[in-house]
Design a protein around this ligand. Structure first.
Ligand code: ZN
Length: 175
């Protein structure tokens, strides 16, 4: 396993539409292992493959709270079969938009279908934070970030904040 670099805005690769996975094989499992390790290292709860520069429809997630036993989840070619319930606001963040958080409204229940780590098909209902997270990650597969759902003013402010942060990181590294 290896920790991979996570792309940040405004990297144009984050705008790509990811392609379906043909077969859940050892290469895809190795990718998922790396993604999970990279996500844990960055203190995230969800990560899409495009965030490490791989344009495939693969997502990893772990919603366990700190101190709880890890609960890794893996999603290949996920689809939303049904979105029901009310739109609920939730303050979202993203490893590709570090340190910026803002409220986004999404349906609070979704029915999803995906292939798991072993390639088996799963159909289940997601609600609460799970529903928020899977919808956020699935947007990445379409090249959409949560800040794309905000006003242009807020989006520009978020990107400026991340650019500044990245510049500072580069300076610190050069010292
Ligand atoms: Zn994200």
């Amino acid at each position: 396993m290896a920790i991979r670099d996570i792309l940040t805005v405004p990297d144009p690769r984050l705008k790509q539409v990811s392609k379906p996975v043909e077969r859940v094989d050892d290469d895809i499992r190795a990718l998922m292992d790396d993604m999970l390790e990279s996500m844990y290292a960055a203190d995230g709860i969800g990560l899409a493959a495009i965030q490490v520069g791989v344009p495939l429809r693969v997502i990893v997630m772990d919603l366990a709270r700190s101190g709880e036993k890890p609960q890794p989840r893996y999603f290949v070619n996920p689809e939303i079969l049904d979105a029901s319930g009310e739109l609920q606001p939730y303050e979202e963040g993203c490893l590709s938009v570090p340190t910026y958080y803002d409220e986004v409204e999404r349906p609070d229940r979704v029915k999803i279908r995906y292939l798991d780590y072993n390639g088996a098909e799963v159909v289940e209902e997601a609600e609460g934070i799970y529903a928020v997270c899977i919808q956020h990650e699935m947007d990445h597969l379409e090249g959409v970030l949560f800040i794309d759902k905000l006003s242009r003013l807020k989006r520009d402010a978020a990107i400026r904040k991340v650019k500044k942060l990245e510049r500072q990181k580069a300076l610190d590294a050069a010292e």
